[in-house]
Design a protein around this ligand. Structure first.
Ligand code: 4NP
Length: 147
């Protein structure tokens, strides 16, 4: 796999995908790429990440506090080479907006075939589990970029 611009997508862009953006940016510093995140929903547009995501990132020396939530748009299919979604609902919502096979091919589950479950309604431990799963997946992707 070639290095490329990465978009991380979840539902609200306040819990999972901000962590994925921060973690992927952290581990991809050898590459000049764009890393961003977005939500399929617009309910949190402009909001900072959930305090629990900020906290678990900070415990791992990653600062995601300056991020602001935004909604996924069809322009993202042009702006990014890889669009990683957290769960199957995100997958169908993003794929529904794709208009070409090339756009559909950019979209995949970050933990394919598994999902990064939504930690929003649970406790802090859910955020720690999500952090670890996302970090493992990001490291594996970046390792595949190195030849
Ligand atoms: P995220 O989590 O998709 O990981 O950002 C959620 C955040 C907010 C809501 C749901 C999931 N919500 O229903 O407001």
């Amino acid at each position: 796999m070639q290095a490329g611009d990465v978009l991380m997508v979840c539902l609200g862009n306040i819990c999972r995908s901000p962590l994925a953006e921060g973690i992927f940016s952290h581990y991809s510093q050898d590459y000049t790429i764009r890393v961003d995140s977005a939500g399929t929903a617009n309910y949190h547009t402009g909001a900072a990440p959930d305090p629990r995501s900020i906290a678990i990132a900070s415990e791992n020396k990653i600062d995601i506090s300056a991020q602001k939530a935004r909604q996924f748009t069809v322009k993202d299919f042009q702006r990014f080479d890889y669009i990683y979604v957290m769960d199957k609902q995100n997958l169908s919502n993003v794929l529904r907006l794709a208009t070409t096979a090339q756009e559909r091919a950019k979209v995949r589950l970050l933990l394919d075939p598994h999902e990064v479950e939504d930690p929003y309604y649970g406790g802090d431990e859910g955020f720690a589990i999500v952090f670890d799963k996302i970090a493992k997946a990001c490291k594996e992707i970046i390792a595949q970029w190195k030849h």
